[in-house]
Each structure stands twice: as C-alpha cells, then as structure tokens.
Design a protein around this ligand. Structure first.
Ligand code: AP5
Length: 210
C-alpha cells in the first residue's frame, strides 16, 4: 500500500474531495496548504497577512514561505501511517524541497477540462471550521447552508469568483502543470479522469494506491 501521496491537478479537479475520502478511509494525515493558509488568514498571523493578497488574486504564495510551512508541519507529525499532500507541491522548486524531506510513492493527477472547473468552483461552498467541501448541485449539504459534519455555516471562498478562478487556472498552467512531467520522469505519476461520479473516481484512486 502506498503511503506518501501527492494529489495533483488544477483548481477544482477534486483534490480536496478525494483527499478527504482517503483521509477517512485510510487514516492518513491530509496536509492541505490551501486550508493552512486560509486558517492563517482567518487568524491574522504574519503568514496570513502576506498570503492573502496572493490568494485573492489567484497567484501562488512565494515558495520560501510555503516550503518552511510544510517542513515544520511534516516535522511536527511524528510517525503516521501515511500522508496525503493536497495542493503541495505546486512548483518544481517545492517538489524538489519535498523530495529532500521524504520519498513520495505516488503522484495522483486528476484531469478535468477548464469549463467544468469554472462551473464547479463558482458553485462550491466550503466549511470554515472542518474544511469539508460541498457543491450547490453536485454535492449539496443535507440542510441548506449548513455543514453536514460539524454544523457550521458554509461560505463561498473569496477566490471562487469567476475572474479569480480564471487567474488560478492560468497560474496552474504556468507554474504547476510542469509537475506532471516531473513525476512522470520518476515513474510515480498516475493520471485519473476527474469527471464522473465522485465515488467512481474514488474507486480508481484506491486502485492506484494498492
Ligand atoms: P487551494 O485551496 O489548494 O486551492 P486549489 O488547488 O485551487 O484547489 P481547490 O481547493 O480549489 O480545488 P480541489 O481540487 O481541492 O477541488 P474540490 O475537491 O474542492 O489553494 C488556494 C490558494 O492558496 C492558491 O490559489 C494559492 O494562492 C495558495 N496556495 C495553496 N497551496 C500553495 C502552494 N503549495 N504554493 C503556493 N501557493 C499555494 O472540488 C471543487 C468543487 O467541485 C467542489 O464543490 C466539489 O464538491 C465539486 N466536485 C469535486 N469532484 C466532483 C465530481 N467528480 N463531480 C462533480 N463535482 C465535483
């Protein structure tokens, strides 16, 4: 069973959705740099103050800040059954830094076309407390506007407005897409179509992890 897993793919490809299912089913720790940064923004930390402007415009937060954040997080974990990296690495420099920390077993790449991504993200609703993710029509919560898992009021992320989503897609193509060939060269890459039923995609994810 593979235990050190990177989730790759453009914004809205389903990294969080599939990562959350893996976390529940396998007991692995999911490290989402996006969730960590949003928490830093909410708490008004120094990192949050710097990161906010980059996030709101759809750009990436500078590599040195992200690499330090992740290194500290990995060191604080101690021994765990596995780690799911969601949204990290996002540049070749980040991938090289991660390779110095541990051996990645698998890079799972979710392939979804742009117009589907825009529609998914503009209709996404997120939980500020437990980070669960919903969609107004594809995955609505049982009670409108309320998180099924923890009961908090759902919100729309600032960067899920259409103009910012398109900037995020541009940033993805320029900065993150090169990671597909980075991991292909190491023989660790598995690409899965990210469209279709969430559970059907999850069945393919589990197969890739065996
Ligand atoms: P981050 O939070 O990581 O955002 P992202 O990569 O843009 O990814 P998303 O969370 O938007 O999408 P996802 O793939 O997780 O999709 P999801 O499962 O939610 O990063 C935000 C920002 O932080 C960045 O822009 C950057 O500024 C900064 N940042 C973060 N990490 C960084 C790093 N390493 N370096 C530098 N900067 C960094 O699904 C989306 C929607 O689709 C949901 O509504 C869901 O319900 C729905 N959905 C999912 N699967 C399906 C399906 N199969 N069918 C129908 N609907 C589906």
């Amino acid at each position: 069973m593979k235990s050190m897993i990177v989730l790759l793919g453009p914004p809205g490809a389903g990294k969080g959705t599939q990562g959350e299912k893996l976390e529940t089913e396998l007991g692995y720790v999911r490290l989402s740099t996006g969730d960590m940064l949003r928490e830093a923004v909410r708490n008004g930390t120094e990192l949050g103050k710097i990161a906010k402007g980059y996030m709101d415009s759809g750009a990436l937060v500078p590599n040195d800040l992200i690499i330090n954040l992740m290194k500290e997080k990995i060191e604080s974990l101690g021994k765990v059954p596995g780690i799911i990296f969601d949204g990290f690495p996002r540049t070749v420099e980040q991938a090289e830094a991660l390779d110095k920390e541990l051996d990645i077993d698998l890079a799972l790449n979710f392939d979804v076309e742009d117009e589907v991504l825009v529609s998914r993200l503009t209709q996404r609703r997120s939980c500020p407390d437990c980070n669960a993710v919903y969609h107004l029509s594809n995955k609505p919560p049982a009670k409108e506007g309320i998180c099924d898992k923890c009961g908090a009021a759902l919100y729309q992320r600032d960067d899920d407005k259409e103009e910012t989503v398109r900037n995020r897609l541009k940033t993805y193509r320029e900065k993150t897409f090169p990671l597909v060939s980075y991991y292909e060269k190491t023989g660790k890459l598995v690409t899965i179509p990210g469209t279709g039923e969430i559970d059907a995609i999850f069945a393919q994810v589990k197969k890739a992890i065996q």
